[in-house]
Write a protein that binds this ligand. Structure first.
Ligand code: SF4
Length: 568
């Protein structure tokens, strides 16, 4: 070390960039300035500098240099020392012999040192101070640096700051701001840190109220309990109102939940406003759908159905018209095996030349023969019970279901079929006779026991497909309708419990037709051999059999005794 300090131009002096001093002490600088004016700059108070790039960087003596500049000194005495960055940095504290640094300033220095080397213990030993004190000051400095407030307001609050250090980091700025503004005591600070650190969302609402946001809220001094209470009440009420509206409730609740996920539950006013708008929208949509449904209850065609929303469709499928009635067949009707018909679905695209249903529909239905759902008809079987005649004649218990359609045509939406089956399941006292020319689809559905599931075989060409499909279909009664019988039919009747055979009445495109007796007789024999009950319709040229599954004609096993012949 040189024996005497060197005089350095004040203009060539720079402060150390890592000088931990937060604020210049005006009282200290004023006192030094007065002394300099009275006695000049005593060499015993020389500042400590290091040469950096042709200038000098102050290591110790920032206040003295400021005072010298203030009184107009051109030069100050300085100890000039070569030192590396680490040494100069440590000297900022070690050479601070007058103890001019506040605890927070010391903490900032210690924090910078430990951030470089990560060792509080080594740092404490290097500056000769107890490790716990250094630790406290580092914590305080860490908290202070996380804030945007004026450091000068924090100088004498090292204890407060180190206590705040125990709270979650994201809460520090709010706690520091409130601590300064509220002039909290150390005890008050500790108590608030405890409140923040132990804040928890209510059980079951952890996702909705993330704990870090909640703690931040408490740190800002807001009444979290009140907010949570109001928030949950608003959410529950909004969801309940959306459920009560009974229109696309799941979708509206999902939209509300999406808003919650994006915005959180914190701004209860905005949340309540959004919920209110959403419910209004839902109610308006419901009113519009109801108006539409009211118009379509008598028949909704496939094209209209396809353009409808899920909720509108649900509303139509749920129609239960208390005035809906089954149709009683005419006395002369050839369908005496089912005295009732029910047509919640109408229309067909098979385009059979002999179709009597198309002739009727074209004449009487506003939707003509276009595939349609008739919501108003859905409840008909629920509005009546079988008449007393059903006890002795099962035909009175039988409902020919969709006699004006092929319910299982591949154009029919599954929802229509399921809606029909839902009513069938409810109306257990009736038998529902179903008939299709597209039996391939039957395996898709489950049929309750009161369904007699049938397929039409009018020509031999249909036999193979029908046998395969009906073998796969599951129903308590399976039947085959050979009507109109246009070919001699050979098939496996063991799949079925019932075979109905008939000719054809005249239609707009076809004449009346009665199949040859031999065809009918052969079919009857094969079906009976296979254990299948046979029902002959009225439009045949022979003595009719009118058996049902489980109800076959009682025939004598041998001729009466009057026919006895000794040779037998
Ligand atoms: S399947 Fe029946 S309803 Fe359809 S066109 Fe043929 S006869 Fe008519």
């Amino acid at each position: 070390m040189n024996d005497a300090p060197t005089l350095i131009d004040v203009a060539l002096l720079d402060p150390h960039p890592a000088n931990p001093r937060i604020v210049e002490r005006e009282d200290v600088i004023a006192a030094i300035a007065q002394q300099l004016q009275e006695t000049g700059f005593d060499a015993s108070h020389a500042i400590l500098v290091r040469p950096v790039g042709g200038r000098h960087q102050i290591v110790s003596g920032h206040n003295r240099t400021t005072a010298a500049r203030r009184v107009g000194l051109a030069q100050v005495p300085a100890w000039v020392r070569e030192m590396d960055d680490d040494t100069a940095f440590m000297q900022l504290v070690l050479a601070n012999a007058q103890g001019e640094l506040s605890p927070l300033e010391r903490g900032l220095h210690a924090l910078a040192a430990t951030e470089r080397h990560g060792d509080i213990k080594g740092y404490a030993e290097a500056i000769g101070r107890p490790r716990p004190s250094v630790q406290t000051e580092v914590q305080a400095a860490r908290v202070a640096k996380s804030c945007t407030c004026n450091f000068s307001e924090l100088l004498d609050r090292t204890r407060h700051l180190s206590d705040i250090h125990a709270a979650p980091r994201h809460c520090w700025p709010a706690l520091v701001a409130r601590m300064v503004e509220g002039h909290w005591t150390v005890e008050e600070t500790k108590a608030m840190v405890n409140v923040v650190s132990t804040a928890k969302p209510p059980r079951g609402y952890e996702t909705l109220f993330p704990v870090d946001r909640l703690q931040e809220l408490v740190a800002r001094g807001e009444d979290a309990n009140e907010l949570i209470k109001y928030s949950i009440r608003t959410i529950d009420r909004a969801r309940a109102d959306m459920r009560d509206a009974q229109f696309d409730s799941d979708e509206y609740i999902a939209r509300f939940d999406q808003w919650l996920a994006e915005h959180g539950p914190w701004d209860t006013k905005a949340m309540a406003a959004y919920a209110h708008d959403l419910i209004e929208e839902q109610r308006a949509a419901r009113r519009a759908a109801e108006a539409k449904v009211a118009k379509l209850k008598r028949a909704v065609m496939l094209t209209e159905w396809q353009s409808m929303s899920g909720a509108e469709r649900q509303a139509l499928l749920a129609v239960r018209n208390a005035k809906a009635k089954l149709t009683r067949q005419d006395k002369e009707s050839s369908i005496e095996w089912a005295r009732w018909s029910w047509n919640p679905v109408t229309g067909c695209r098979h385009n059979c030349a002999y179709c009597y249903a198309r002739d009727i529909a074209e004449r009487f239905y506003p939707q003509k023969f276009e595939p349609s759902l008739v919501p108003d008809a859905l409840a008909a079987p629920l509005n009546a019970a079988p008449p007393k005649e059903a006890v002795t004649d099962v035909g009175w218990k039988n409902i020919f279901t969709c006699s004006m359609a092929d319910l299982f045509g591949n154009w029919v939406p599954s929802e229509w079929i399921e809606a029909v089956l839902a009513v069938v399941r409810e109306a257990r006292e009736w038998n529902f006779l179903m008939l299709t020319k597209f039996p391939q689809r039957l395996a898709e559905f489950e049929f309750p026991e009161n369904v007699w599931l049938g397929a039409t075989v009018d020509t031999q060409a249909r036999v193979a497909t029908t046998e395969r499909a009906m073998a796969n279909a599951k129903a308590a009664v399976k039947w085959v309708s050979v009507e109109p019988m246009l070919d001699p039919i050979a098939m496996d009747f063991s799949i079925f419990q019932w075979a109905v055979v008939g000719g054809a009445s005249s239609s707009s495109q076809t004449p009346e037709w009665k199949p040859p007796r031999k065809w009918v007789v052969d079919l009857t024999a094969r079906a009976m051999e296979a254990g299948c009950a046979v029902y002959h319709k009225t439009n045949l040229n022979l003595e009719r059999l009118r058996d049902y599954p489980g109800f076959t004609t009682l025939e004598p096993s041998e001729p009466p005794v009057e026919f006895h012949h000794p040779a037998r």
